[in-house]
Design a protein around this ligand. Structure first.
Ligand SMILES: Nc1ncnc2c1ncn2[C@@H]1O[C@H](COP(=O)(O)OP(=O)(O)OP(=O)(O)O)[C@@H](O)[C@H]1O
Ligand SMILES: Nc1ncnc2c1ncn2[C@@H]1O[C@H](COP(=O)(O)OP(=O)(O)OP(=O)(O)O)[C@@H](O)[C@H]1O
Ligand SMILES: [Mg+2]
Ligand SMILES: [Mg+2]
Lengths: 223, 223
């Protein structure tokens, strides 16, 4: 489904230049689940943002179902994200002036065949927090709203940036089961950035980043 | 050093009331390190915020060296925080318009015997990111700036809310060593909220929250 070639991203210039991605090659099959691991600062979020159409590379290409994202205008990238991608952001990116339910509905109101917002919130254990604003939610509760928003969309592609970072292991497992069940039902293509070994166990392949490159790809032998 | 009695915090009213803390009792000895564990939403951040003088309880008392925080005015609480507390926030709370180094200096400029900002940033592995703004830093790098800011202050009391949530295990260990070394040097009193078992291994006692109460306190047998 995805073919990524020579993906490069440089921030800044000259002596201050930061080479966040240094030529990344990867293919992702339809309905596959891959996990992205690697040290802090190794380029994982930058990679996911470009694949999700939220950022543009300095060089290289990302093909999605044969279309190269670099040829898309801003409006076309917006439609690409809206029609195909569910994204769980590392910083949650919730709208402070909307409740949990409203934050999910912003996305489901324009999706093709979404879940009900309340059903998605129930799947992540937040049924009784629907009317709360982000400032009235704990860290882990905010993260779970961000996850509910992405899975409620029932997207073809689910991109998750550290979806369990703020969660205790029991809540994290419940959330991973929600992600796994929804994606299995949709045969979704899933890429998850995580430090959580339990997610590693669910993946088809494990992709290790180091210093802006892919250092290693291994098939998950425990599956 | 701390005596906490009947600490209670209720948000909202009537049917919508959320009982975030339901009468928490705890004593914390000087130079002790305790770890706070518990499910998402169980009251850990609320507890730490009140102990750190960032929030006020609905009922109950927090004694710090014999002074009850509930008797302090807003200005006295501000001085309490400035003079005694280093805080690592679950949401980092960095100032977007200041660089990493400037974010640390905001705190060290008014501290009694601080580290140099550059030394603290080096301790968390960010020596080469000092001039970056928060938006130019990865999630884990932002979290490390927040940690550097707290430990650079060389505080008497260090309160950390999920300090390694966004970090891979190797970076997390380096950061924990920085926290452990700085606090040992100062004989600081440390309370850390975490899901990271490695931090649990460093603690004197493990305090488990559930549903706004302390469910269990155990001495750390592996020390
Ligand atoms: N301003 C608020 N209004 C209403 N409820 C609130 C408010 N702030 C927090 N809460 C609720 O209080 C409870 C405790 O929140 P707290 O942030 O202390 O949990 P926590 O243990 O830190 O969770 P996490 O591990 O997810 O960070 C949560 O259920 C949360 O929804
Ligand atoms: N706008 C920017 N300007 C300059 N450098 C940047 C910018 N955004 C990111 N970087 C740098 O690019 C590198 C990769 O960042 P990225 O967010 O992809 O890392 P990451 O693997 O997601 O890290 P983490 O695990 O800490 O979230 C980092 O070293 C970061 O400092
Ligand atoms: Mg990241
Ligand atoms: Mg919290």
């Amino acid at each position: 489904l995805f073919a990524i070639r020579g993906l490069t991203k440089v921030y800044g210039e000259g002596a201050a230049a930061v080479h966040a991605l240094r030529g990344v090659d990867l293919e992702i099959a339809r309905a596959e689940m891959i996990v992205l691991l690697g040290p802090s600062g190794s380029g994982k979020s930058t990679f996911l943002n470009i694949v999700g159409g939220l950022d543009r590379p300095s060089a290289g290409e990302v093909f999605f179902a044969g279309r190269e994202l670099g040829t898309m205008s801003g409006g076309e990238l917006t439609r690409y994200r809206r029609d195909h991608i569910g994204f769980v952001f590392q910083f949650y990116n919730l709208i402070p002036s909307l409740t949990a339910r409203e934050n999910v509905e912003v996305v489901t109101d324009i999706a093709q065949s979404p879940m009900k917002a309340d059903d998605a919130l129930a799947l992540v254990g937040l049924g009784d927090r629907r009317g709360h604003f982000p400032a009235q939610l704990s860290g882990g509760e905010q993260q779970r709203v961000a996850i509910a928003r992405a899975i409620a969309k029932r997207p073809e592609v689910l991109l998750c940036d550290e979806p369990t970072g703020a969660l205790d292991s029991k809540t994290g497992i419940a959330v991973l089961e929600a992600i796994a069940n929804v994606s299995a039902e949709l045969a979704a293509t899933v890429a998850i950035i995580t430090h959580n070994a339990a997610i590693g166990a669910m993946a088809d392949r494990i992709v290790r980043f180091a210093d802006g490159r892919i250092a290693e790809i291994e098939a998950n032998r425990s599956r």
